[in-house]
Design a protein around this ligand. Structure first.
Ligand code: AMP
Length: 312
């Protein structure tokens, strides 16, 4: 697959639609603290997907959302027809990482304009073949799912907060998608099973054809009824900020899948390689800083290296 050669036209139906959070993050790592930087699951997922395909964003920001962030979305050629600006404040999130950079605590979540958001898909998005329901309230994910017409492949991501506070709606969403992606502790919590295999089986029983469990720096595992595929993460010397790695991984995966135009297990496995590679760049800096600096050539080069590392 040749990447980075698609052209975005604003009026076209995007190959991939992403709904998720768009937020202003404050992040503390053992090394440093960064205040009020661009974050949100949709920001990371759309930027990652944009290297592979035309992607349309669905989300909401407040009138306080800095113009420079919109300009950055434009730099990635993200279709912004589904981005609403409403009176009020943008979603905000604060998190702190422990010394191992793996465990993270949420210090605050302010839904702000997301609390009353009712996404309305622009007409041009409704026939999009690929849909990624990135992490946001399951009710909003359901609302988008209701408006899209016959997508070829739909994926949902979520987090602990929604498993704890909106489990029933979340399960309704999971029943209607082709793939569920979540991290290992979330898979255990949602399924009530301890081993990942049992957890994956219980989650597959809810309806999706695939369950993709993310294991942070240890990679990810794709489960289907008949198969298991394990993928490592690209080894890095220096991780500055793991925030958004899961969203970047899934966004890259969906972008690559949309570009491949085929949805079978082989194409999903190949797309997971691209997702991992883009995510590995993303964590080398805060926010979208590293993704902004790379090109399709960097992704191709690291993908070749990664494939070499995995071949026997
Ligand atoms: P991740 O590291 O993949 O969990 O994603 C981190 C991003 O998720 C941050 O940029 C946050 O703005 C965003 N985020 C944090 N909490 C939530 C939430 N409850 N709903 C939606 N997005 C969130």
């Amino acid at each position: 697959m040749e990447i980075g050669n698609h052209k975005a036209h604003a009026a076209d139906t995007p190959s991939l639609v992403v709904v998720g959070s768009i937020g202003i993050d404050t992040i503390e790592t053992p090394v440093t603290r960064r205040e009020s930087i661009l974050g949100g699951s949709a920001s990371y997922a759309c930027a990652a997907a944009s290297f592979f395909t035309n992607v349309g964003m669905v989300g909401v920001v407040g009138t306080d959302f800095p113009k420079q962030h919109v300009d950055l979305y434009k730099h990635f050629q993200i279709n912004l027809d589904g981005l609403e600006t409403v009176p009020g404040e943008t979603f905000r999130w604060t998190g702190v990482y422990e010394a191992n950079m793996d465990n993270r605590r949420t210090l605050s979540t302010e839904l702000n304009v997301f609390a009353a958001f009712q996404p309305k898909l622009p007409a041009s998005y409704r026939k999009s073949p690929f849909l990624f329901l990135a992490n946001i309230q399951p009710g909003l994910q359901l609302h988008v799912l209701d408006q899209i017409e016959k997508p070829r492949f739909t994926v949902v991501d979520t987090m602990d907060l929604w498993i704890n506070t909106a489990k029933e709606v979340l399960i309704e969403v999971i029943k209607r998608v082709d793939m569920l992606t979540l991290n290992e502790s979330e898979a255990r919590r949602l399924s009530g099973q301890h081993t990942l295999l049992k957890a994956a089986r219980a989650l597959l029983d809810l309806g999706p054809k695939y369950v993709l469990i993310k294991k942070g720096e240890h990679g990810s595992i794709l489960f289907s009824e008949q198969s298991i595929f394990m993928m490592p993460a690209f080894p890095l010397e220096d991780v500055q900020d793991p925030t958004g790695a899961g969203d970047t991984f899934a966004g890259g995966l969906m972008g690559a899948l949309a570009a491949a135009g085929k949805v079978d297990e082989t194409s999903i496995r190949k797309a997971m390689i691209y997702g991992s590679v883009v995510a590995s760049f993303g964590v080398e800096a805060f926010s979208l800083d590293r993704l902004r600096a790379i090109t399709a050539l960097d992704i191709e080069a690291r993908t070749s290296l990664f494939r070499e590392m995995m071949s026997v």
